[in-house]
Write a protein that binds this ligand. Structure first.
Ligand code: NAD
Length: 483
């Protein structure tokens, strides 16, 4: 069992940099181009006062823009007590690589506010978010054209509305003001499927993995997701939706959920809907009737399972517990949950990892769809839906006339129904996850020095960013990572 007092030797940013270095070496990239790509372009610390009760409190936040080779830059905005500059820089760089891998035309950014939201009332939080939004907009770190935050740890559609309102107050004449943030509620310019997008993307990514018997076999597993024993850390936005989709739609068994106050286990599978209700009512997992409570939450990370999904925060699998991990596949739903040293250990142990920059890209993918929808001022499918329905009906009539047979009601419905906006969003997300998985496999097939998904993902991302720098005349021609 791991030593609970263990301290990591590398910071989060150093871990990301080392992982990128590994890909750069394996792909023989020009070292100078690599240096340009790895540097974080802008990091700003913002301190601002807000009156809380009858006292003034000074809040500290950061906004980092790793790479603006594509604009706007895009990144989650987190509200958490542990936020610091190193973490924000690491997350901003991760975002550049993630967007490049998923073919999303954004640069990478990240924002954070050092705050424990639980210590403030809703109206106080609104005031704090609004003031932070105003400060970001004043410095052009909030802008539909330049810099677009999204929800992350400790923030949701509610915070995005408060921040969008701050922008709107400053730039009421900007026709595209709604696109200054993504992850908004539906009636404020949001898009169906954004809230659960990261969890849905994880489900699609896992399906893709299980579509490849060679990968599944190499991980020491068989067949599909049905009955796979899953442990999830974190029952927030990402963890909850992932656990819900896997248990309800893939028939996987979520045998453990780890939260701040401990863990709940049940070898027959937990009812995620009921557990989430319990979590919402009590603020923790302790006391949930349909499972056993384990106080030492970290020990459940080391429990035997097929798929371990850290979906809470960074550095959860580190040099001190990597040897004790008893999963066949690790799915990095959170950003940076596996440190560099742990990653090396897991590679040696043959434990497969679906890396954060691939597997949790669903959030930014659907954010990209939302941003595009905001700029077009029209929902997806509005022009085609009825047309597709009429065409489908004509096809159906033609088939029935030619064959003299009636098509079943189920098939009739499938052919005649025009796609809803959610259908289109899900299809775009599925395709993004599928193509990125295909690209990673292609790199591993072509380059014998690249044998894991993370290095493959970084090699693709660095090559795409290098291409942008080359196109701007700022770098050497990039290496073709697939040769
Ligand atoms: P969230 O705030 O909704 O949920 C985080 C959950 O983790 C909470 O339930 C919290 O109680 C729990 N948690 C915190 N510390 C813990 C600990 N030590 N042990 C166990 N549980 C703990 O945040 P989220 O949006 O779900 O984000 C989670 C992770 O996923 C973060 O790393 C984030 O950067 C990443 N991510 C989020 C999105 C998104 O769309 N929200 C997209 C990509 C990546």
């Amino acid at each position: 069992m791991a030593d609970a007092t263990f301290k990591e030797t590398m910071t989060f940013r150093e871990c990301v940099d080392r992982m990128v270095d590994r890909a750069i070496i394996a792909s023989d990239f020009d070292p100078n181009t690599a240096k340009i790509i790895q540097a974080c372009n802008v990091v700003s610390q913002i301190k601002f006062p807000v009156k809380i009760g009858n006292k003034i409190e000074i809040f500290t936040g950061w906004w980092a823009q790793h790479s603006s080779h594509r604009l706007p830059v895009k990144g989650g905005l987190r509200f958490a007590p542990i936020v610091n500059q190193d973490e924000i820089e690491a997350l901003a760089s991760l975002m550049s690589y993630k967007c490049a891998l998923a073919d999303i035309p954004f640069g990478g950014a990240k924002g954070g506010l050092c705050i424990n939201p639980a210590n403030y009332s809703v109206s106080e939080l609104r005031e704090i978010a609004h003031t932070f939004g105003t400060e970001l907009a004043r410095k052009e770190y909030l802008s539909p054209a330049l810099s677009v935050p999204a929800p992350d740890m400790g923030t949701s559609s509610r915070e995005m509305v408060w921040i969008a309102d701050a922008y709107k107050n400053m730039f009421p004449e900007n026709l595209n003001q709604g696109a200054c943030v993504t992850g908004k509620p539906l009636n404020r310019g949001g898009i169906p499927g954004r809230t659960e997008a990261t969890g849905k993307g994880i489900q699609f990514g896992l399906r893709e993995f299980f579509h490849h018997p060679d990968e599944v076999e190499a991980a020491g597993m068989e067949d599909g997701l049905t009955n796979k024993r899953v442990i999830v850390q974190g029952l927030g936005n990402v963890g909850y939706h992932t656990a819900k989709f896997l248990s309800e739609e893939e028939a996987s068994l979520v045998i453990g959920v780890i939260e701040r106050d401990g863990a709940i286990i049940n070898p027959d599978g937990l009812n995620i809907h009921n557990l989430r209700q319990h979590f919402a009512n009590t603020g923790g997992v302790k006391g949930f009737a349909d499972g056993d409570y384990i106080e030492n939450a970290a020990s459940v990370l080391e429990m035997e399972c097929d798929i371990l999904i850290p979906a809470a925060l960074e550095s959860q699998i580190h040099a001190n517990n990597a040897m004790s991990i008893n999963a066949k596949l690790i799915v990095e739903a959170a950003n940076g949950p596996v440190t560099y040293e742990a990653d090396e250990i897991l590679r040696h142990r043959g434990i497969k990892v679906l890396p954060d920059l691939y597997i949790n890209a669903g959030g930014v993918t659907v954010s990209y769809f939302e941003w595009t929808r905001n700029l077009s001022h029209m929902r997806f499918g509005r022009l085609q839906r009825r047309y597709d329905e009429i065409r489908g009906t004509s096809y159906l009539q033609a088939i029935e006339e030619l064959t003299g047979k009636k098509v079943s009601d189920q098939l009739r419905n499938d052919i005649v129904r025009g796609a809803s906006e959610l259908d289109l969003v899900r299809s775009g997300l599925d395709d993004t996850m599928r193509m990125a998985f295909r690209d990673m496999r292609e790199v591993m097939k072509r380059n014998s020095k690249i044998t894991d998904f993370r290095t493959a993902a970084y090699a693709i991302a660095v090559a795409k960013i290098a291409q942008s720098y080359y196109d701007m005349g700022l770098a050497e021609p990039p290496t073709d990572v697939t040769t």
